[in-house]
Design a protein around this ligand. Structure first.
Ligand SMILES: N[C@@H](CCC(=O)N[C@@H](CS)C(=O)NCC(=O)O)C(=O)O
Length: 211
C-alpha cells in the first residue's frame, strides 16, 4: 500500500509524542515497536533512521524523523484534521516559532540542565537558548497567553510543546509552574491523548510480558 503510514517507536520514548499526533490525525497506521540497543541499531532500521533513534514515520516511500518534524509533517499531510494553520495564514508564524523554539532552545536547555551543564554568563549571547531561566520564562509566558499556544485552536504545536513540558515536569527537569501544569491539564482532556496513552501503555505491558 503506497500511502501506508508506518510508525517506528518504543512505548518508553519520545515516540509517545508522535503516537498522540497520529491519534489526533485519525488516519490508520501500523506500529513497528523497536528495542533499545538491538533492533533500533540493526541495519533494517538504520536504513529508516541512520541515527538509530525513535520515533520515525514512513508515509509511502517518504520518511520523516524528529518528533517535531513528524508532527508538522502529519498536520500538513492531513489538512482535514485542522492541526495547523493553513500555509499562507499569518498564524503560521507563531506555529513555526513555538514548534522550533521547543525542538531547539527548549530541548537543548532542558537536556543541558539535566546533565549538569551550566552556560557561563559571558557565553549566553552565543548559545541559542541564552540561559535556562530565560528560556523557561519565555515558554511560561507563551503558554499563559491563551488556551493554546497558537491562536485560539489546538494545533500540532500543542502536541509537541505540551509533550515537552509534560515529560520535562514528569522527569523533574522542568519546574512545575502553575502555567505549565494548567496548560498540560487542558491538553490532556483531548480524547486522542487518552487513546494514545492507552495504546502505548498496552504496548509496554505486552512487551514486558513477552520478555
Ligand atoms: N531529536 C530526536 C530525539 C530522538 C531520541 O533521542 N530518541 C531516543 C528515545 S526518547 C532514542 O531513540 N534513543 C535510542 C538511542 O539513542 O539508542 C527527536 O526529537 O525525535
Amino acid at each position: 500500500m503506497t500511502d501506508e503510514l508506518v510508525f517506528y517507536t518504543n512505548p518508553q520514548s519520545r515516540g509517545r509524542i508522535v503516537r498522540w499526533m497520529l491519534e489526533e490525525v485519525g488516519q490508520p497506521y501500523r506500529t513497528e515497536a523497536l528495542d533499545y540497543g538491538t533492533t533500533m541499531k540493526a541495519p533494517a532500521y538504520l536504513a529508516v533512521n541512520p541515527m538509530g533513534k525513535v520515533p520515525a514515520l514512513r508515509h509511502g516511500d517518504a520518511v520523516v524523523t524528529e518528533a517535531a518534524a513528524i508532527c508538522a509533517y502529519l498536520a500538513d499531510a492531513f489538512p482535514q484534521a485542522k492541526l495547523a494553520p493553513p500555509p499562507g495564514d499569518r498564524l503560521r508564524a507563531p506555529y513555526y516559532r513555538w514548534l522550533f523554539f521547543s525542538a531547539g532552545p527548549i530541548e537543548a536547555s532542558v537536556s543541558n540542565k539535566a546533565f549538569g551543564f551550566v552556560v557561563p554568563p559571558e557565553r549566553e549571547r552565543s548559545i541559542g537558548y541564552g540561559s535556562f531561566d530565560r528560556a523557561m520564562k519565555v515558554l511560561e509566558d507563551a503558554v499563559s497567553a491563551g488556551d493554546f499556544i497558537v491562536g485560539s485552536s489546538f494545533t500540532a504545536a500543542d502536541v509537541y510543546v505540551g509533550s515537552q513540558i509534560a515529560f520535562g515536569m514528569m522527569f523533574g527537569m522542568i519546574e512545575k509552574r502553575p502555567a505549565f501544569e494548567n496548560y498540560v491539564q487542558r491538553l490532556r482532556t483531548r480524547p486522542a491523548f487518552a487513546r494514545a496513552n492507552d495504546l502505548d501503555n498496552a504496548l509496554m505491558a505486552q512487551r514486558k510480558q513477552a520478555s
